[in-house]
Unconditional design. Structure first.
Length: 148
């Protein structure tokens, strides 16, 4: 069994030392080992948990749900279905967020393309015609709001 000092566990997980202490305090990380001097020692298993917590946190899972998942996992194999369902619900929320982000990203890219079609400073008068897509005006506003 490999043991990691808190600083090394923080470096490997990407969490701060304060976050590691907090996760231990609220029971998200359980049974973190200690040296004879009382210093925490993280195991490979602890780091595996931290990798999962990083994924869940980065995808927006609330800490309460992360704690619920960890508690279920510690209860044993009879909680597998509930853990899977919890992760499936979270995955569905992540997918919806990804769809929203994709729509917003597409809108952002469209706005950038609009500005890329505008003539640069110092262009001759005949080159300064504003190029706008036909129809819906989705390339950018046609009014005084064009700078937004």
């Amino acid at each position: 069994m490999t043991g990691y000092a808190p600083a090394e566990a923080a470096r490997r997980s990407g969490f701060s030392l304060d976050t590691l202490r907090y996760y231990e305090k609220i029971g998200l990380l359980a049974d973190v080992g200690r040296t004879a001097g009382g210093r925490r020692v993280f195991t490979d298993d602890d780091l595996s948990w931290l990798v999962l917590f990083r994924c869940l946190r980065d995808t927006g899972m609330p800490i309460a749900q992360m704690c619920r998942y960890a508690a279920l996992a510690r209860e044993g194999e009879h909680t597998v279905d509930e853990r899977r369902e919890l992760l499936q619900r979270h995955a569905a929320q992540v997918e919806e967020q990804m769809r929203l982000l994709q729509r917003q990203y597409d809108h952002l890219r469209e706005k950038i393309r609009f500005y890329e079609r505008l003539p640069g400073p110092g262009a001759s008068g005949e080159d300064q015609a504003v190029v706008r897509p036909a129809g819906s005006g989705r390339g950018g506003p046609r009014s005084s709001r064009a700078g937004r």
